[in-house]
Design a binder for this molecule. Sequence first.
Ligand code: HEC
Ligand code: HEC
Length: 369
Amino acid sequence: MKKLFVISFLSVAFISCKDVINEIPQNPFQTTPYSFNYNSSLLPPPKIPSDNPLTEEGVELGRMLFYDPILSSDSSQSCSSCHNQENAFTDNNQQFSVGVKGTVGKRNSMAIFNLIWHIDGFFWDGRADILRHQAIMPIVDKTEMNETIDQVIIKLNRSSLYKDYLQKAFSESTFDEVLIGKALEQFMLSIVSADSKFDRVMLGLETFTNEEKVGQVVFNSEAIPLKEEADPNNPQNFGADCFHCHGNSLFMRREFLSNGLSDNGDKGLGSVTGNPRDDYKFKTTSLRNIEKTAPYMHDGRFKTLEEVVQFYLSDMNANSATDLSNSPNLHALKDSVYLSPDHKKALIAFLKTLTDENLLTKEKYSSPF
Ligand code: HEC
Ligand code: HEC
């Protein structure tokens, strides 16, 4: 039996004073606390913003906004245009996202799931501190939705459907930037991925194939200098060291790091903080659902997981200006990893156990229209 994890909040809308009920029109709407359904033993406790507790109504309003092209200047694009559920909410195999009127950005779209555990900033370079601030940026970005917030507010306030949902979710009658941000934040925070084969194996409901088991050992073993007498049948002798940066149940590290990619002119975190020590550091993204989010890295430079593994094994830091001294164990990885063709295949087979079909198809996360 699965143990369900249910989080409840105080309802945000409640009527406290019976005496004034006849004078002030009573808000007929009550919000329902949002309940997450996943096994709590799989992931750490979520960090829910205390000033924006998730409610069924708030999440639903956010979902409508996420899927509605009304947020873009020419009504051609919604958030989902570049964050497609079937691709774990990334672009459909595009290296760079294409905004309204065909404008091309310079970074690869990012996955949207388990964001409730992201507490160190959003975007590849971390320029947004919290999700509700992040959510406004694509709307006004010239290479994305190219709209103004004032226009979006006018359009939403004209819609009786949206005003009805706003009333239900926040007991408010007119939209503003904060409410749009909070609704989108609620929907995005509600998206959880914890139902992959890996999770079911952890719960004892399924078992890995032999190849996947070998891949798991390779993923979780230290890169050690290859010794001549190393037993080729022991995968521990061929550690790929991925776990240092993509370890734990979220398969990410809450840090911006360099993984030794060659310089393409994008300084990542350094361009935001202005600190040269942050140059070429990027968000250490989760490897959950990685099979579905190609191409890879902030600039989508690798088309396949085979190319990614090859990079970590031999091309890392090829001509990078990056200071790798802060990157956990990267020096070891750079100098010493050798994987046989079988171990490479096994590593990729293990990565594919992180795909969560439920995330890709769940109705609660799909378009309400
Ligand atoms: C034109 C394509 C496009 C559209 C439209 C778009 N995004 Fe994005 N999104 C991207 C790209 C590209 C990135 C990475 C940008 C960067 O790091 O500079 C991104 C990053 C993000 C992230 C950061 C995830 C993380 O882990 O840090 C979130 C969240 C997000 N988008 C949500 C949204 C929302 C909400 C909307 C609609 C209001 C939206 N996006 C519209 C392309 C798009
Ligand atoms: C030193 C830390 C570090 C180690 C070790 C490391 N990674 Fe990464 N990984 C990162 C960072 C940082 C990024 C984002 C880099 C970027 O886009 O600039 C990343 C990105 C990726 C991506 C692309 C993610 C995406 O959303 O496009 C994949 C796939 C990946 N790593 C797999 C692996 C595998 C497999 C291993 C083991 C062979 C590994 N990583 C070892 C830090 C690391």
